[in-house]
Write a protein that binds this ligand. Structure first.
Ligand code: ATP
Ligand code: MG
Length: 199
């Protein structure tokens, strides 16, 4: 991906989701954090579970009803109220972009500069036009419902999200990939890496 090599991964986690319930649990832990302007990328092949994770996240944030995949509309906006204040949520899917400049043409730069949580599937399709994400989540499908997930923090806000998910009292902690016995969350911490593209 052009323009990405200079990015520094500040902190990472490996999560293991044995089933979609675990995916929903991680989403609920994330949703319990005080979100405001975060930009979260969702990577992974077709059918990996990017929209599914966003669906669980949006429902946990208070979005009612059906969460459509924005594959055709490119973007679906949502508004929720949290602690008495409005919170804008933007769900993007750039899969259908033929040219990264479509991101600019669609006027998305303004949205990314505005408050609210931005959740983006297929960010690669926008090339290097997107700002640096706070969190990059990469979902790798396994057998059946199994998913191996890597979450990379690329900003201080992203590190805060990872630590928040670790510490969240909501639901069960995401199982550590490869761990079969009760490994503490701290063992899931991957040392910081520089200039590594995992998508
Ligand atoms: N552990 C899991 N986590 C997430 N989704 C799962 C899991 N197990 C099974 N699924 C199922 O896998 C499918 C994932 O589809 P989804 O539309 O979320 O993929 P996607 O990554 O958004 O694909 P696309 O690139 O086409 O947008 C859903 O049917 C979901 O119910
Ligand atoms: Mg999708």
């Amino acid at each position: 991906m052009p323009g990405i090599d200079h990015l520094t991964i500040l902190e990472s986690r490996h999560w293991h989701w044995p089933d979609e319930v675990a995916c929903a649990a991680t989403a609920a832990r994330l949703a319990a954090l005080p979100l405001a302007t975060e930009f979260i990328e969702l990577n992974g092949p077709l059918g990996a579970g990017k929209t599914t994770f966003v669906r669980h996240l949006l429902h946990a944030l208070g979005v009612h009803g059906h969460v459509k995949s924005p594959t055709y509309a490119l973007m679906e906006p949502y508004d929720v109220e949290r602690d008495g204040a409005p919170l804008a949520l933007w769900h993007f899917d750039f899969y259908r972009f033929d040219d990264p400049n479509e991101w600019e043409d669609a006027g998305f730069r303004d949205i990314f500069a505005s408050p609210g949580v931005k959740l983006v599937e297929w960010p690669d399709k926008a090339g290097d036009l997107l700002p640096v994400p706070d969190l990059r989540i990469t979902i790798e499908p396994g057998d059946g419902e199994r998913r191996t997930v890597r979450a990379d923090a690329l900003s201080a806000a992203g590190v805060g999200l990872l630590k928040g998910v670790d510490a969240s009292p909501v639901g069960a902690a995401p199982e550590v990939a490869g761990a079969h016995t009760g490994v503490a969350d701290a063992d899931a911490v991957v040392p910081p890496r520089t200039g590594v593209e995992t998508a």
